[in-house]
Write a protein that binds this ligand. Structure first.
Ligand SMILES: NC(=O)c1ccc[n+]([C@@H]2O[C@H](COP(=O)([O-])OP(=O)(O)OC[C@H]3O[C@@H](n4cnc5c(N)ncnc54)[C@H](OP(=O)(O)O)[C@@H]3O)[C@@H](O)[C@H]2O)c1
Length: 396
């Protein structure tokens, strides 16, 4: 097997490229109990990326800003698996698709909320979970786009149960309205996928006066989770089926401000860096899930879990504010990029798979448990962020 390594330094990403031949693997079918139903099998297919299509180019930018902290903790084996699609201990890897990781799972007893289900990874996760029988509530700011996603899912799965509720995650008022509408539907809630996100947008304050990436990616989801948590606890209690909260984070959490979260200068335009602010918000997604998991355990609530994940690198509308930068990054790190069906796999795996039963406060990538930076494991930072977020959502 041929392999090459290249270190790419940039504001937004650091990746060691390991180009190798994609490896074919077929795993034997297995049986396991899942969320009150039966899981009957799984399969693995190699990823499409080929080393010959990898062009090595210069890094998009050279030095990271002075106030940036980068801690690279992905192991060479981790990158090797990511590049080749070789499955990890779960039996799945970067090449696995959402359909493959949910093969044999009956989700017909489950109600799932997925924010940002109108595009990209969220739309694909909604499609696949609907295919497995779950009742899907898409939270979308653009309800027209969400309706198109719904129509397209219904074409392939006529029995799909899909509702759409408007939500603007950067507005605390809108998040509260979403939660009220959902609770008024008197449905159970088994799974909450905090998926919606914006990346690298120019400096802007939300209507609540919070920096836009932090407001959308973290604060909106923090409030949404808080408002729906009792429903998730009561659903788990009543049905005996574990409830799961899944936060979409990113490996970009590595690239944040030196202090991890810049509590004191969060909304200060003079200190804003679009890449670091995105990393900060994605670090917040991890810390939120970890601290929530810790609090649930402390409360003795063992049937509600909270985890975070990196979906992989996938070309979606997320790149809209930085097409040139993301294009260069994609060229430089081409063997690591996934298709959208592969990009939705880790969300579906963490939300539905029996392997994850009882697992809480963990971070996943490529459908396997993975390691965050030291910031992502910093309990004190997580507690501080929790109190800070509580104050933000109280004051608005
Ligand atoms: N793609 C990647 O390589 C990658 C890598 C790491 C992590 N992620 C994470 O994966 C998640 C999904 O991203 P994606 O790649 O699927 O991007 P995407 O195609 O742009 O989807 C993002 C979704 O979030 C919605 N959204 C954005 N801002 C919102 C707001 N203020 N209120 C309500 N909804 C809002 C978008 O709605 P509109 O269509 O109306 O904008 C869209 O439906 C994000 O959290 C992202 O950070 C992605």
């Amino acid at each position: 097997m041929h392999s090459c390594r290249q270190v790419v330094a940039g504001d937004a990403a650091r990746h060691v490229l390991v180009a190798g031949n994609a490896t074919n693997r077929v795993l034997a079918a297995g049986n396991a109990t899942v969320l009150g139903s039966v899981y009957t099998g799984r399969s693995f297919h190699p990823r499409v990326a080929s080393p010959s299509s990898c062009m090595q180019v210069s890094p998009p930018t050279a030095a990271a800003p002075r106030h940036c902290k980068m801690a690279i903790e992905q192991t060479p084996m981790g990158y090797f698996r990511e590049a080749t699609g070789i499955p990890g201990p779960s039996g799945f890897g970067s090449a696995s698709t959402a359909e493959q990781v949910t093969d044999g799972i009956d989700a017909s007893l489950l109600t799932v909320i997925i924010t940002g289900g109108s595009s990209g990874i969220g739309a694909e996760a909604a499609r696949v979970m609907a295919l497995r029988g779950a009742h899907i509530i898409i939270g979308a700011r653009n309800t027209e786009a969400a309706s198109e996603v719904k129509q397209s899912i219904l074409q392939s799965t006529p029995s799909a149960r899909i509702d759409i509720i408007q939500i603007e995650l950067s507005s605390l008022k809108s998040v509260r309205a979403f939660a009220e509408k959902f609770l008024a539907m008197d449905l159970p809630l088994n799974i909450l996928i905090n998926n919606a996100g914006v990346m690298y947008c120019p400096f802007q304050l939300s209507e609540d006066g919070i920096e836009m990436q932090f407001a959308t990616n973290h604060v909106g989801h923090f409030l949404l989770t808080k408002l729906l948590l009792d429903k998730m606890k009561s659903t788990a209690e009543r049905t005996g089926i574990e409830s799961r909260i899944v936060n979409l984070s990113s490996e970009a959490h590595m690239t944040t401000y030196r202090t991890g979260i810049r509590f004191d200068k969060l909304n200060d335009k003079d200190f804003y860096n679009d890449k670091l602010a995105y990393g900060q918000s994605k670090l917040a997604n991890i810390l939120h899930a970890n601290e929530l998991a810790r609090r649930l355990k402390e409360e003795g609530v063992l049937n509600v879990t909270a985890n975070s994940l990196h979906p992989g690198l996938i070309r979606t509308n997320l790149a809209r504010h930085s097409t040139a930068f993301v294009g260069a990054l994609q060229t430089a790190t081409c063997v690591l990029w996934k298709t959208i069906p592969q990009g939705a796999a880790t969300s579906c795996y963490v939300a539905l798979h029996p392997n994850i039963k009882g697992v809480s406060g963990k971070y996943f990538a490529d459908c396997n448990e993975s390691k965050t930076t030291s910031n992502g494991r910093d309990e004190l930072l997580g507690r501080r962020l929790w109190d800070f977020s509580e104050n933000l959502v109280k004051s608005a």
